[in-house]
Ligand binder design. Structure first.
Ligand code: ADP
Length: 329
């Protein structure tokens, strides 16, 4: 069976249970599984796609718990490694009175960032159709090099490469380096999903069309910008020299917590793209609009419950949601 392989950070989010309290003020925290590529692996599994995860946790109870959570969701965890050199990465998270998130990472180093190229094996990509990774793993060596090496191994096997830059300023000492690493990675990719808040910093222009043209020149064939409640923008080459671009409106829902919405969206998009024999078969107006409507539904559903993994929708939930929200045109 065709599988999706996700690589990257698998970590513990310690989320403050108090509303409107900074990290300095908060005193109670709830342990939650986190890491964007891990969320995507679970999101894909919930949509019925066989997914596997490549990453590293510490030899500690938190790492064992994270592995169990993924396995319990049906994700193949046989490539989740355990490091004796560092603890499982943690991020403490609180929402301050002004609505901004206070985030403090325990990753000096963390086990996820010590993932090493020498640990990669060709069998990790056996029967893979899609390889998905993100920008957090690019922020430290040796995991950055391991991710680039894994993408190259996947390319050699004709696997579709998907990337979400997921820019987290606090993880980068040098912000210009984040931009360079993102562009280096994008050169290896077929599909890139970028959130609108990070677009201008990473791409260097507020203009989606001009920025997408630059990205496509670097390699990717499909560029998607997520725009929160407003849905998504897409821009793709049609393989015959033409460009297909447009916007897909989001669904109006009573959002409770948008954590993980982007990851649910990616899982939805990749689930649709995997239905085609080749990416080029999906790069037409009709197929892209259908895929992105599905992805928007996944993103919207993920906002209805607190937390990332608990809120990721299943295939029947997305189908029911789409039936009850027919297209307006
Ligand atoms: P990220 O989580 O990567 O920052 P976004 O916040 O843009 O990404 O959300 C990803 C997708 O989730 C959006 O494109 C949209 O489909 C859906 N989404 C996010 N927030 C909302 C919302 N408030 N209402 C409806 N859909 C939403």
């Amino acid at each position: 069976m065709a599988t999706a392989v996700c690589l990257g950070e698998l970590l513990i989010d310690m989320v403050s249970e108090e509303a409107d309290a900074s990290l300095q003020e908060a005193s109670r925290f709830l342990k939650a599984p986190g890491g964007a590529p891990a969320n995507v692996a679970v999101g894909l599994a919930r949509l019925g796609v066989a997914s596997s995860f490549i990453g590293q946790v510490g030899e500690d109870p938190f790492g064992d718990w994270l592995r169990d959570v993924l396995a319990g969701e049906g994700v193949d965890v046989s490539h989740v490694l355990r490091s004796c050199m560092a603890r499982t990465t943690m991020a403490y998270v609180a929402t301050r009175r002004d609505g901004l998130k206070d985030i403090c990472f325990y990753r000096h180093p963390g086990a996820d960032a010590l993932l090493n190229t020498v640990e990669l094996r060709p069998r990790m990509f056996e029967s893979a159709r899609i390889f998905h990774c993100g920008g957090v793993t690019l922020s430290q060596s040796p995991a950055r090099e391991a991710q680039m090496a894994a993408a190259k191994m996947a390319i050699e096997r004709d696997v579709l490469i998907s990337f979400d830059p997921n820019w987290r300023p606090s993880l980068w000492h040098d912000h210009a380096e984040a931009r360079t690493a993102t562009w280096d990675m994008m050169q290896l990719c077929d599909v890139v999903k970028i959130a609108d808040e990070e677009w201008e910093f990473l791409i260097g222009t507020p203009d989606f069309e001009a920025g997408a043209a630059r990205i496509r020149e670097a390699g990717p064939r499909l560029v998607v910008v997520t725009r929160g409640a407003d849905g998504a923008y897409f821009n793709a080459g049609d393989g015959r020299g033409g460009i297909i671009a447009g916007e897909i409106p989001g669904f109006a829902v009573d959002a409770v917590d948008t954590l993980g919405a982007g990851d649910a969206f990616v899982a939805g998009l990749l689930n649709r793209l995997m239905r085609y024999r080749a990416l080029n078969d999906a790069l037409n107006e009709h197929s892209l609009r259908e895929a992105l409507r599905f992805a928007n539904a996944c993103g919207a559903l993920a906002t209805l419950k607190p937390g990332a993994i608990p809120a990721l929708p299943t295939q029947p939930q997305v189908e029911e949601f789409l039936q009850s929200h027919p297209p307006s045109d």
